[in-house]
Design a protein around this ligand. Structure first.
Ligand SMILES: [Zn+2]
Length: 202
């Protein structure tokens, strides 16, 4: 189970300071009453960025492993939230996804780049749509894109800040921001971008 390590350390400092060593888990999320003897269970290494490790615990009674992901890192995607946001900014400012793909990854074919981009774009759009519903502090005219969130929040990078702002909802939000399940791929992905969440219209 993924938990949040609340920190404003950028990834370089998280690695340099080996910040995972100092991460604490106050109580077992499954047994807040205590008595389950939850214990530190080493770390696991992230493939990207190189050198980043994640603190881990194990509850024997619940047969569950817990890890605490720092706010700078993506959940279930390689790399950092800022890297994801940078890619989506490139897509948002390009004339089309194909045009953005020309500048984003030169090492793989166009269909692969488009898939790679949509793996980021689709769950992030869904997350922003959900957050507009969930966070009353966002203005009513906030749109599910980064430029709208940037001006609403008055910050350069939205995602690390949203990890903090949306912390009560991380279990239901999809990765790479949230720790919930990946959204299921539907036959018509286009509908997902167009429909608002909520009940069906009459
Ligand atoms: Zn426990």
């Amino acid at each position: 189970m993924q938990l949040r390590f609340a920190t404003n350390l950028p990834i370089e400092q998280y690695i340099q300071r080996e910040a995972w060593r100092g991460v604490e888990l106050d109580q077992c999320p499954l047994h807040p009453e205590g008595g389950c003897k939850i214990a530190r269970h080493g770390t696991y290494s992230r493939k990207f960025p190189d050198g980043a490790k994640i603190a881990r615990w194990y509850c024997r009674k619940g047969c569950t492993t817990f890890s605490k992901l720092p706010d700078c890192l993506s959940s279930r995607l390689p790399g950092t939230l800022i890297e994801v946001e940078t890619v989506i900014n490139q897509i948002e400012s390009a004339s089309s996804q194909e045009a953005a793909a020309d500048n984003i990854r030169l090492d793989i074919s166009l269909p692969s780049v488009l898939r790679w981009m949509r793996r980021r774009l689709f769950p992030i759009r869904l997350t922003l749509i959900l957050l507009i519903e969930l966070l009353p502090s966002l203005p009513d005219n906030c749109k599910p894109n980064f430029s709208s969130f940037r001006s609403a929040l008055g910050i350069e990078f939205v995602l690390p800040h949203l990890r903090m702002l949306a912390s009560p909802y991380l279990d239901i939000l999809p990765p790479p921001l949230g720790f919930g399940p990946r959204p299921k791929a539907h036959k018509s992905k286009k509908n997902h971008f167009q429909h608002k969440t909520g009940t069906d219209p009459p």
